[in-house]
Design a protein around this ligand. Structure first.
Ligand code: S3P
Length: 418
């Protein structure tokens, strides 16, 4: 097991870029595999999750030459082996949608965390569209076996606000007869529809952003520079706000629907965070943070940033609450439990009740020993807590960070060394 130690007391100062957006990277690989011809994709996320999706589309016949990806329906074929998606929920769910449209058997599995995560949310609509999807626990858990084939379009009300489910249904819809409509309870990240549009697909989003309508259409190859991942930027932005003397600038970050809710929440807390260019975020130390209530309908737009925001809540005055955190329970770890445990280990207090997750603010973090529970975002949020703590924080299970941000330590050195 790998351990990482952080000692507080050093300001973060400087300018960095973060890895290519993970959500966009998965989709770029899948859409390039489907598009007829050669796409060019630069700046993919260098984490293990995205490497798994790359290996999966290669196993189905897409070929890679540097930044060039050659794809097309006639190239793709049944994978010769089980696809091991590692820790990646986005990878397994989006690939289930992609594979549902092809007349093959695809078996998708992953690590112990993935094998605990709910797959009914994708299996059910894919079955309605005509795919056979089975798995452990009566089809609810991976390994998942998807036997695809001739699909019918669907008009689907998402039961959970999940961009992964929306995307799986849209990817299946590309191969279905007739129109596919996905209706969302709140707006979730819109990368799939944005990127499908860039490939010339016949896809429309309603004015309120909630309903996405797709008619099956061939995809054209595309060229893309993957922008930086706002969910990774969030760790540095929160650190910039809570570590005395800091000023952090993160360049080239994706700014778009359902990805920047964390900035709104930080501003509401009184943080000195600003968009100082179309894709540049600046954060400065903000000594007078105050807790805030994050409403249920805001959660989808900052779901991956809650571990980092909870750390900001711990040092702000008063309470910071997150309503309706049910989805946190089914992430890479049960993040309600792992946030509460992690904060307790560094000297802060959070609790969960029927109304959500509540973080008690005004704490002087002392640091301590924490475990990532093999969850990259818990590990990085605890590193941020460690930077703001008086003592040393030791994070066990640090290797989880490699799923999304292998260069985290290097970027920390850049910010703390300059
Ligand atoms: C993602 C959607 C979100 C997010 C995940 C990435 C995506 O999951 O938590 O990290 O790329 O579509 P849900 O769809 O389960 O909310």
């Amino acid at each position: 097991m790998t351990t990482f130690s952080v000692t507080g007391g050093r300001p973060l100062r400087g300018r960095i870029t973060v890895p290519g957006d993970k959500s966009i990277s998965h989709r770029a690989l899948i859409l390039a595999a489907l598009a007829e011809g050669t796409s060019i994709v630069r700046g993919l996320s260098d984490g293990d999750d995205v490497a798994r999706t790359r290996a999966a589309v290669e196993a189905m016949g897409a070929t890679f030459d540097g930044d060039k990806i050659a794809g097309g329906r006639s190239r793709l074929h049944e994978p010769g082996d089980v696809l091991d998606m590692g820790n990646s929920g986005t990878g397994i769910r989006l690939l289930a949608g992609l594979c549902a449209g092809f007349p093959w058997l695809t078996v998708l599995t992953g690590d112990a965390s993935i094998r605990r995560r709910p797959m009914s949310r994708v299996a059910e609509p894919l079955r309605v569209m005509g795919a056979k999807v089975d798995g452990r626990d009566e089809g609810r858990l991976p390994p998942l076996a998807v036997r695809g084939g001739s699909l019918q379009g669907i008009d689907y009300d998402l039961p959970v606000p999940s961009a992964q489910v929306k995307s799986a249904v849209l990817l299946a819809g590309l191969s279905a007869a007739g129109e596919t409509v996905v209706r969302q309870p709140v707006v979730t990240r819109a990368h799939t529809e944005e990127m499908l549009r860039a490939c010339g697909a016949d896809v429309e989003t309603s004015d309120d952003g909630l309903d996405v309508r797709l008619r099956p259409s061939p995809l054209e190859p595309f060229e893309l520079d993957v922008p930086g991942d706002p969910s990774q930027a969030a760790f540095w932005i929160v650190a910039g706000c809570i570590v005395p003397g800091s000023e952090v600038i993160v360049d080239d970050v994706y700014i778009g629907p359902a990805r920047t809710g964390f900035l709104d929440v930080l501003r509401r807390m009184g943080a000195d965070v600003e968009l100082v260019g179309a894709r540049t975020i600046r954060a400065r130390y903000s000594p007078d943070l105050e807790g805030t209530g994050v409403r249920a309908e805001e959660i989808a737009g900052l779901v991956d940033e809650i571990p980092a925001l909870a750390v900001a809540g711990a040092v702000a005055a008063g309470y910071t609450g997150f309503a309706d955190v049910a989805e946190l329970r089914v992430k890479e770890s049960d993040r309600v439990d792992t946030i509460i445990e992690g904060l307790a280990a560094v000297g802060a207090t959070a609790r969960y009740d029927d109304e959500g997750l509540h973080v008690r603010g005004g704490e002087t973090l002392r640091g301590g020993n924490v475990h990532s529970h093999w969850d990259h975002r818990i590990a990085m949020a605890m590193a941020v807590a460690g930077l703001a703590a008086a003592g040393t924080t030791v994070i066990d299970g640090w290797e989880a960070v490699a799923t999304s941000y292998p260069g985290f330590e290097g970027d920390l050195e850049v910010l703390c060394g300059s």
